[in-house]
Structures are given as C-alpha cells and as structure tokens.
Ligand binder design. Sequence first.
Ligand code: 1CP
Length: 429
Amino acid sequence: MAGSLSPGDKPTGDDTVDDSAPGDVDTANGPRDAYPVSGLPALVAVDNRVGIPALQGTPRFTGPSTPTNNYFNLSYWYARAMNPMNKPLLRVLAGEPVWPPPIWLMRQAGRYLPEYRATRAQAGDFIALCTSPALACEVTLQPIRRFRFDGAILFSDILILPWALGQGLAYKEGEGPVMPPLRDAAGIAALDPARVAAAVAPVMETVSRVRAELLAEGFDTTALIGFAGAPFTVACYMVEGHGSRDFAAVRGLAYADPALFARLIDTLTDATIAYLAMQADAGAEVLMLFDTWAGLLPPSQFRAHVIGPIDKIVRALRQRCPGIPIIAFPRLAGLMLGEFVRATGVDAVGVDASADMRVAAETVSSSVALQGNLDPLALVAGGPALDTQAHAILSAMRGRPFVFNLGHGIVPQTPIDHVARLTELVRAG
Ligand code: 1CP
C-alpha cells in the first residue's frame, strides 16, 4: 500500500492518502514499524470502559496528505478501533447474533507456530516469556498476524497468579508446570496478596502493549482478552503440585478439611478479582476465567468450589469494571452447565467438545453467548472430518450469539494450514 497512510506507517508528509479502509494492512508481509504513539497505552486504559459512540460509516478524509489530514485520518482510525461495535467478539458478548460468527482459538499462541517456538527459545524460561512484556506481546500477536482472529488472548498462564502470591513454580520440558505442593495451613497462610501487584506488573505492561500494538498493526476489529484461572482449577495445581488426570489430592483435601480448602479458595477468589480488574485497567476488553477441571466435581462440590467463587468474581468485577464482558469455561460441566450460567451471570460460556451445542443452546438463555466447541483433534485431522464437524457447530449456532472456538486448547501437532482452512470456513458462515 505504497503512498497510503495505513496504521503501521509513519506519515512522511509526502504520502498521498488513498481511500482504502483504515484497517487494511498487508499482514502477509509481517508487522510494520509501530506508529510512534507515545502515551497510547495510558489513553487506552482510560478509554477502555467508556467506548465511543458508533462511528461506522464516518467518511474518511481523502484529500492531499498533510500533517493535519493525516492526523484527522489517524484520529478517525483510532476512534474506529476504540469503538466496541467494530469488534464482532464484543458485539456477540453484548448478546448480538453476529454472522458469520467471530472466531479465536484457545491456546492460539503456542508450539504449533514456528515463530512461537523461536520466541520461546529466545526467552529460555517459560516464566521469563510470560513476564517479558516485549516477548509476551510478540507471541500474543503472532496468531493474529497469521489469521486475524477476532480475539487476541494475552499470553500468560493461569499459574502466574499463584506464583505472584509467592508459591514456587517451574515449567519443565515435557512435564508441564511443577510447584511445591501446598497442603497445610502454614502453606496457605504464607500466600501473600500484597506482593501480587508488583509481581504481575510486567503482565499489565504486556496487556497495554498488546492493546496499542493491535491498533498500530491495523487489527482494529480484534478484541483483547485478559484471563485468569478460576480458583478451583488454580487450586488443583497448587495442591497437587503438578498436572494430573484426577487431581485426587485436591478433591480429597476439599472433603477432609473443608475450612482449610475454603481459605485457599477465598484467597484465590480475592486475588483473582484484583488481578482481572488490573487487566481491565491495563486495556483488556474481555475477561475470561478458565475452569479446566470443574467437571471433576460432583454437583454439591461444583456448587461450592466452581459456581460460588465464579459468582463472587463476576459480581465484584461488575462493580469494579462495569461493562466489561466475562466469559467462563467450566470444562466438562455437563448437566451443570445451565445452573452454572444462571447462577454466575456470565456473558458467555465456553463449551467443551463433549457437549452437543444444540443441547447447550437449549440449556443456556439465548441472551448469553455460547463459545466452542470443535474437538482440537478434528483440527489436527483436517480434511472432511474438520469440515463436517465445523459445519455441524455452525448450523447448530446460527441465529444466536456465538463465538467459534475449540472445545479445549489447540495441540502442538496441529497443522497450520488446517487452522487457515478453519478460519476460512467459519468466515464463509
Ligand atoms: O511453551 C511451552 O512449552 C509452554 C506451554 C504453555 C503455553 C503455550 C503453557 C504451560 N501455558 C501456555 C499459555 C497459556 N496457558 C495461555 C495463553 C496463550 C493462549 O491461549 O494462546 C492460556 C490462556 C493458558 C491457560 C492454562 N494454563 C490453562 C487453562 C486452559 C486449558 O488449556 O485448560 C491451564 C490448565 C494451564 C496450565 C498449564 N500451563 C502450561 C501447561 C502445559 C499447562 C497444563 C498442565 C497440565 O495439566 O498438564
């Protein structure tokens, strides 16, 4: 786009402004130099929850390129990018049945991308990657540059919060996260909420950078998703000390010492409220809670340790960050899905691949968006299996607020061209 002012270009004064859409960029050529918008992250943070009235259709100034005209166009483009109604994900989360539906994929940044593996190698350690704003911003944007997803999810991990509370954490190659198991009152008392803000400051800087960079690279329809693990799932790793199939230690502790377990869940609930509010202040436009292991619990425990804390988090965030949409993913909730949504009042619910989306649609009020639920292994398989599965989800969801996603995270062996095929197919409606 020589001769035009596009989001990543620095105006030189001798550009002629063409009439291409402000968001048009040639993403195939990779990132452009960021437009020098000093102070933008601060602006983003302030404006985030205010929104700007609909500007769609506002004519773009197409006269000669002068600093004033370029400023006009840049302001228009900025206003457009700040307008939530230009972002299909935000429209769906506000209850609108946008079609074709927005799409993003859980774990969309990760090992299936060679550029992720390169940045990961550069960072060395996984925690170093999560706490380096420049590198974490880079890996957040990598899948957006390839697929222009409608949601960009902050690159971090659900275990950064317990790490910020003071629990040890390491990521071992081929083994996943490991933490010293926390199973007694002294361990829980040692968790220190006062150290969280300083420990997660780099994550907040990443949020602000990603928000500014999305704008600078022309992704003005992509919404930034901040996230945390839900208290039960985070407690699973903290008590067990590592991943597990059944998390027997945490489930056992919840029965054996309910008061102690409640103290852990309460500490995590309060810390999660603060952590998510910080992300909203830093520029996240959507907040998501991952409750990966919710489905391990029988109904009474599900109500106590999944619905209870998430309800408290949602109510607190409605007060502290009014207007910010909240998605929850209570994986394998099964027959508890409807009660979960009614009791927590989330704006959208992530549905795992075990659920039939038609049944989910009957269970959940049509004002609440559904998100899901393609089997990640159908994405690995590609071909007719992928097409058939994706079309079945689309036809079940047509006419209601819906966000296309996987039923769980993308796996490392996923071929990149299958992701490209899926985005094409979903965007064809
Ligand atoms: O590079 C590597 O080898 C590390 C792999 C990795 C990645 C890419 C881990 C370790 N975490 C992440 C990023 C991550 N994790 C994101 C942001 C990126 C994105 O989505 O694009 C998010 C949202 C998470 C969330 C997360 N971490 C969850 C909830 C969602 C889910 O997948 O169920 C859970 C359970 C974790 C814990 C965790 N962190 C990492 C691993 C390998 C695991 C799973 C451990 C296990 O139980 O086996």
